[in-house]
Design a protein around this ligand. Sequence first.
Ligand SMILES: [Zn+2]
Length: 342
Amino acid sequence: MPGCFGIARLLGPSYSLRCVVFHHISDAECPFTTGMNVRTTPKRFEAALAFLTKHYTPVSLEEVLTDSEGGALPARAILVTFDDAYASVVEVAAPLCKEYGVPAVFFVNAAFLDNRRLAPDNLLCYVANLHGMETVNAAARSLRRNETPRLRSLNEVFGSFLPSLTLSEREVFLAELPRLAGIAERRLAEETALYLTSEQLGTLRSFNFEIGNHTYTHVHCRSLLEEELSQEIDRNKVELEGLSGTQVRSFSQPYGSSVDLTDTLARHLERSGHRAVFLSESVANPRSVSRHRLDRINARVDRDDTLFLDLEVLPRLRAMRNRVFRGSSKTQADRNFSTRIN
Ligand SMILES: [Zn+2]
């Protein structure tokens, strides 16, 4: 393995902080996540922790924030993060991280705490899996947008349809989905208990987990008006800080795309006390990287060699390609960077 690291370095030596993102750690496949590629089994997650602690130095957000020049972090520093408020992170991942001595950041949407409602992605996934895309299309047509094309897959819904909606249109669409599918959303959310409770949020500190902001309702931030930033960004920060008694000082972009990190959002995040911002485009962070634009890797952890490829080789190749295309508009390949839904 050490030789492999040497070969990977030939692709580009400038690779400082590695960041990885996980979502749902569970053995059980379920209609709320099937097709979203967000699930990692506990066995493979533990194998990934063993790999990371053997070949890397796990660091905390605090260490990242205090390393202002980017040179003080240990060699092969790696930051482990989780997105999306899944209860499995507290119940399964956090104890394993503690056992392996791995600190982490958990980016949470306060709207889903205590399972009062379903996150948009899980609701969409559930309706598509059990009722088909016809029901999703019927909900989309309720917006009476003549230009709405027929949606054929969840990738189209997450990749182009949802980002095109205003916040109020999105709420109409998300209200129509359970109505058309005949679902009692609140009861289903309570029964399934996918997300962590307020009480569990308070226990994260004992696992050396820091809580971060992932917007209040998991939105594409490009669609937010300036006056709506407060209800999605500030409200989430205030509620999470109130419930956990800890400071929220980092933000991860729902869906992970740099397109959503608009100048307006970047300014708002900085003004509101977010000292680190994370994307998920699986690109290597160069030594000069700003803490306000750190990239994370959606690593495949099914085998150690694919994990190595995803952590060391592909992020460097993408960074090289980005340098070549710097200044040009986003290519289709850029848009296809992340195959997972974040
Ligand atoms: Zn997310």
